[in-house]
Design a protein around this ligand. Structure first.
Ligand code: ZN
Length: 280
């Protein structure tokens, strides 16, 4: 998985700041032929590429609507596939509307896969694999059973269950190219069981970290200072105050090797930081 973080701090959904108890994951696709992450995720962090129309979704109400998933999967400027987390995973998103039985926004993480022209199997193979790894990672983090009913569903299945608006994604796309949600759930369960969802670098915990003792999952003390939207960003994403934070990803050798998330209100650090900014 090629996971990056660029939190949509300008989106009204983020500003609402409601928390959920995560019970599942909803898979969406965008419904528009544009596989480029920069269409939805911005501002440009150097690898997304420039959105010359300025119509990405890190804005109060994208396209005038209350919409905000937790992540997008699509292409970076160089054509490679990446996942961008844009909301804290346990924040209530605005991704599926509601149905006769309520709304999965209250229970499910929602992510969007950027659609292309829906005929290219090689593109679908790549984003499907990225989605499997993302879901396996989230299932492990939130102790979800990917094979259990209603845990991993697409938007159309959410509508059938009465917890989402009437959309057909991803059933409008995957079956055309031989993929199904049943196969997806099986693949996620296998990936979650064997740990193949691990970020290529996050598997390397401890080892070569500054003092060798900080691991993913540790609560550390953030000393205050710059945090970054990605582990190799040149420009900071703000300078939050000091406070306790949890280490969620380690990219050994990166410019800003530790991804941390604040654990209380003393700091709002949420992003990648330098090794000398944290201590146990
Ligand atoms: Zn959808």
């Amino acid at each position: 998985m090629n996971l990056h973080t660029l939190i949509f701090t300008n989106n009204d959904c983020y500003k609402a700041g409601r928390k959920i108890d995560v019970k599942g994951i909803m898979v969406h696709s965008t419904g528009a032929n544009n596989p480029n992450l920069k269409r939805y995720v911005g501002p440009n962090d150097g690898i997304l590429g420039e959105n010359i129309y300025g119509n990405h979704w890190n804005t109060p109400r994208p396209e005038g609507k209350e919409i905000c998933p937790h992540a997008f999967i699509g292409k970076l400027a160089d054509g490679s596939i990446a996942t961008y987390q844009v909301l804290p995973w346990d924040m209530r998103g605005w991704h599926c509307g509601s149905g006769s039985n309520g709304s999965a926004n209250n229970t499910h993480i929602g992510f969007e896969i950027c659609e292309d022209g829906l005929t290219d199997s090689s593109y679908l193979d790549k984003v499907y694999k990225e989605a499997v790894e993302l879901c396996a990672y989230l299932c492990r983090q939130f102790k979800l059973d990917p094979a259990a009913g209603g845990v991993i569903i697409d938007h159309s299945e959410g509508h059938s269950r009465g917890i989402a608006s009437n959309h057909s994604d991803v059933g409008n796309w995957w079956p055309r190219l031989g993929k199904s949600m049943d196969q997806f759930r099986t693949d996620v369960a296998a990936a979650a069981a064997d740990g193949s969802d691990e970020d290529d670098s996050s598997a390397e915990t401890g080892g070569s970290a500054q003092d060798g003792s900080v691991k993913v999952g540790d609560i550390v003390q953030f000393k205050g200072g710059a945090h970054y939207a990605s582990s190799d960003s040149a420009k900071s994403n703000g300078t939050p105050k000091a406070g306790p934070a949890k280490v969620t990803i380690i990219k050994t050798g990166a410019k800003h090797p530790y991804h941390i998330i604040h654990t209380d209100a003393s700091s709002n650090v949420y992003g990648w930081v330098d090794a000398d900014k944290i201590s146990k």
